[in-house]
Design a protein around this ligand. Structure first.
Ligand SMILES: *Cc1c(COP(=O)(O)O)cnc(C)c1O
Length: 369
């Protein structure tokens, strides 16, 4: 058995800087006041670790969190989070009682859902999602009044009303108009609820839309920007580190990894990295991506495997097994961002951090609990 002070034999970690998370929340708290920040910590806080971030944020003063699913909310309750928690997504009627018992706020977004929930005796506290143009879930603006009337009649505690923007991350004039249109549709709804919230990270950053009572800050809380805008006042929270597992020379004509997609055209020094696609590192980075060793960029050679890949270290004087490797984050004066990886594999920064699998332990810096 492995002992209590055991960390990880391969030295691979996602390092989560909690101070930066709080810094980013603070930024939005100031920018959006008097609206409060509702951190969106679905999907294990976009891969960063929801429990630890929620504990720290709650201690700092956060009083409402948002997650996608009921299980995520329960996980927070089990770990001592007592703030309100809003669930955005679908909850089977059989689970409503659990939501009520744990004081979890549920999103209401369709007539069908209302019908199903109405037969359940204990009713949860709810927020109504208005579909102003996202066309995912939500009640159409013209039906919201009737919907809320029916909810109240059926014994629901209707606490909140919200909508979600489709293109708030864009500075294109048509997109700005679309967001304004969404906002107008929302504003025209005349109902009496105590909490309204419309802005995600992108809308809060753009600052064109008033944030009402809460601003739902997801990606930007992690110091990552929605869309193509560049960083201003945010600090990335996550870095991903490992250590070199092996260093050797290969000769001209030798190939590396499955499929022999890389063949050396000269003698090269190469290093093996003990991380692969099972960790959520991207196979699409094969022959494309780079990592940092000794502050220098090192190119991936051949295919990324399930648990390891190989990089070129011919340009490094001194490199040994055990040396720190940065997959995402800073090393000396170099930096590899989640955006850089997203660009290379054809996705967005959100998916890059969400994908980092459970096999990678999260360690936390700057926790004051
Ligand atoms: C995920 C989500 C958010 C957070 O969006 P970010 O772009 O990460 O800030 C806000 N509201 C809803 C309804 C969401 O699903």
């Amino acid at each position: 058995m492995l002992g209590g002070d055991f960390t990880e034999s391969r030295n691979t970690f996602a390092v989560i800087d909690v101070r930066n998370y709080i810094h980013n929340l603070e930024y939005f708290q100031e920018k959006c006041a008097p609206a409060k920040v509702m951190p969106v910590i679905k999907a294990n806080a976009y891969g960063h670790g929801a429990v630890m971030l929620a504990k720290s944020a709650e201690k700092w003063g956060i009083d409402y969190f948002a997650v996608a699913f009921l299980e995520e909310a329960i996980e927070l309750r089990k770990n001592g989070i007592s703030s309100d928690i809003l669930v955005f997504n679908y909850v089977e009627p059989d689970f409503l009682t659990i939501a009520v018992e744990n004081n979890i706020t549920i999103t209401m977004y369709s007539w069908e859902q209302l019908e199903k929930y109405s037969v359940v005796s204990k009713k949860p506290k709810v927020h109504v999602n208005v579909d102003t143009g996202m066309n995912r879930v939500g009640i159409k603006p013209q039906h919201v009044k009737d919907y809320i009337f029916k909810l109240k009649q059926d014994g629901f505690n209707v606490e909140g009303l919200y909508t979600h923007f489709a293109v708030a991350d864009s500075d294109d004039i048509e997109d700005i108009k679309f967001t304004e249109q969404q906002y107008k549709l929302f504003e025209a709804i005349d109902v009496d609820v105590s909490i309204k919230h419309v802005c995600n990270s992108a809308a809060a950053i753009a600052g064109r839309i008033p944030c009402h009572n809460y601003v739902r800050v997801g990606i930007a809380g992690y110091g990552l920007m929605p869309g193509k805008r560049i960083y201003r006042n945010l600090k990335p929270v996550l870095s991903w580190k490992t250590a070199v597992s092996h260093v050797k020379y290969i000769e001209k004509g030798e190939s590396i990894s499955y499929g022999r997609t890389f063949v050396a055209d000269k003698r090269m020094k190469v290093a093996t990295i003990p991380v692969g696609y099972a960790d959520g590192y991207w196979r699409h980075l094969s022959n494309k991506g780079e990592v940092l060793i000794r502050g220098k960029r090192c190119r991936i050679l051949g295919r990324v495997c399930m648990d390891q890949f190989v990089v070129d270290v011919s340009h490094l004087e001194n490199v040994n097994s055990g040396d720190e490797v940065v997959l995402i984050g800073e090393q000396l004066n170099e930096n590899i961002s989640a955006e850089e990886i997203a660009e290379l594999v054809g996705t967005i920064n959100y998916e890059v951090t969400c994908r980092i699998s459970e096999r990678v332990p999260r360690i936390y810096r700057g926790v004051e609990l």
